[in-house]
Design a protein around this ligand. Structure first.
Ligand SMILES: *[C@@H]1O[C@H](CO)[C@@H](O)[C@H](O)[C@H]1NC(C)=O
Ligand SMILES: *[C@@H]1O[C@H](CO)[C@@H](O)[C@H](O)[C@H]1NC(C)=O
Ligand SMILES: *[C@@H]1O[C@H](CO)[C@@H](O)[C@H](O)[C@H]1NC(C)=O
Ligand SMILES: [Zn+2]
Length: 419
């Protein structure tokens, strides 16, 4: 091969990637709304990599089907007595339309998502930040508020990005700790956006009055996957592990199925599935970093608060079974209701407080069940943020600001109710 050819190819590929956007891959993908009886079949099809269930609580019953699976899935659903209605018939053009309107908004607002060495825009509430922008903001906070606020890298992702942990310190010596995790699922862009909103409230705003607590925030738990939603596939959920150990061409482990508690119940061992749990518990550098950092604070951990989307639900354990109740379920519900009331006060949006495992659906190996079972945290919540399925993961950036406002108010009610 000519010496220059690899370089030329790499350059061409880079240019191609830049113009490619994050939706071409989604050509022919459809979003369906399932109807009919409750059935375990969709969960099975998800494990088999034939279907992508979009909303966790599944009350909206929205699923994504790839073009080469449409006939097969349609047939299997019909056999099982499940009906479906097509909500989006070509996800590529649907995503393209939304990305174009987002780009116009960004141009109008004057904010640009590129960082130079000396400058990066402020933490944004009107567009979704890229990873370099998030890092820049975290480092700024550390510089200006150290040692009351301190930043550390607790590990590296597969693609060598830092997993950042921000500590907002209490002035009490033996304060209880609140752990907030964001961005573990790549496509749920509103999750890190809200995590950064909470960071800015807690570190620079009225947060000072909650100084009795130690706050630990890991706002971007899956940086590779998140960046890939901008450069490769807008609907990407998992991390970016190459699953060559399984002789599979499919990438990614579902980081919210990789924790070591009831590993494998309600997850999949098939690398092409969206809920692939990985080769072993904590096989992923991202989950291992988070786990180790949480266990360092075990004993003082009081609550885990994990941010996801979508569906507007506040979920409490267990997720792995609906046969067993959380030991302090009444307390989890009481505090959860306080959150929901606080959130509703702001923009009148409803959040339902529900058991994580609903009906026939289970999820195991998730952060919330693990933290509740294996650490001193007596409170563990997964918050499914906006919306209720209108945009789903493609929630536009107008929703960032009101989401932060309502979640902040709800979150304060939690802080006032636990202890
Ligand atoms: C945080 O700030 C301190 C004090 O300026 C500095 O020593 C440390 O390296 C900073 N940490 C990061 C991750 O930037
Ligand atoms: C850190 O907190 C202390 C006590 O609350 C305060 O006096 C000090 O000004 C704070 N330092 C910074 C850099 O914010
Ligand atoms: C964390 O602390 C709790 C008690 O506070 C203890 O029961 C649990 O075993 C600890 N977890 C680990 C993994 O050591
Ligand atoms: Zn999620």
């Amino acid at each position: 091969m000519h010496k220059m050819l690899p370089l030329l190819l790499t350059t061409l590929l880079a240019c191609y990637r830049q113009t490619e956007g994050s939706y071409q891959y989604l050509a022919g993908h459809q979003i369906w709304k399932l109807g009919g009886k409750e059935s375990a079949l969709p969960g099975q099809l998800m494990a088999d990599g034939l279907l992508d269930i979009l909303d966790h609580s599944r009350k909206l019953q929205q699923v994504r089907v790839a073009p080469h699976h449409i006939d097969r899935v349609s047939e299997l659903l019909q056999k099982d007595g499940i009906s479906y209605e097509i909500l989006v018939d070509d996800l590529a053009s649907h995503v393209e339309g939304i990305e174009n309107s987002e780009r116009r908004r960004r141009d109008v607002s004057g904010n640009h998502q590129t960082c130079t060495e000396s400058h990066c825009p402020e933490p944004l509430t009107d567009v979704y930040m890229r990873f370099d922008q998030m890092e820049w903001y975290l480092k700024q906070l550390n510089e200006t508020h150290y040692p009351n606020v301190s930043l550390s890298s607790i590990g590296k992702s597969h693609e060598n990005r830092d997993i950042w942990l921000l500590h907002i310190k209490s002035n009490k010596p033996d304060a209880r700790a609140i752990w907030i995790e964001g961005g573990i699922h790549a496509r749920e862009r509103i999750s890190p956006a809200v995590a950064f909103g909470l960071i800015s409230k807690l570190a620079t705003g009225d947060g000072a009055k909650y100084n009795d607590f130690d706050f630990f925030l890991a706002p971007m738990a899956n940086p590779d996957g998140y960046e890939y939603t901008f450069t490769g596939d807008r609907m990407w959920r998992k991390n970016r592990r190459a699953n060559s150990h399984q002789r599979s061409n499919c990438y990614g482990v579902d980081l919210n199925r990789n924790w070591d508690f009831k590993f494998g119940v309600g997850a999949s061992n098939y690398p092409c599935s969206e809920v692939y749990m990985g080769p072993s518990p904590f096989s992923e550098p991202e989950t291992k970093a988070l786990k180790d950092a949480m266990l360092e604070r075990n004993g003082s951990l009081l609550m885990l608060f994990s941010l996801h989307s979508y569906g507007q639900d506040l979920l409490y354990p267990w997720g792995w079974t609906s046969q067993e109740e959380a030991e302090n379920k009444d307390e989890l519900v009481r505090v959860g209701q306080a959150f929901a009331e606080g959130a509703r006060e702001i923009h009148n949006h409803d959040y339902d407080v529900v058991n994580s495992a609903g009906g026939l659906y289970y999820a195991s190996g998730a952060t919330d069940d693990w933290a509740y079972s294996e650490t001193s945290a007596r409170y563990a919540y997964t918050l499914e943020l906006r919306d209720k399925g209108e945009r789903g993961f493609l929630l536009t950036s107008e929703a960032i600001k009101p989401s932060i406002e309502e979640v902040w108010n709800g979150f304060q009610k939690i802080l006032q109710n636990i202890g």
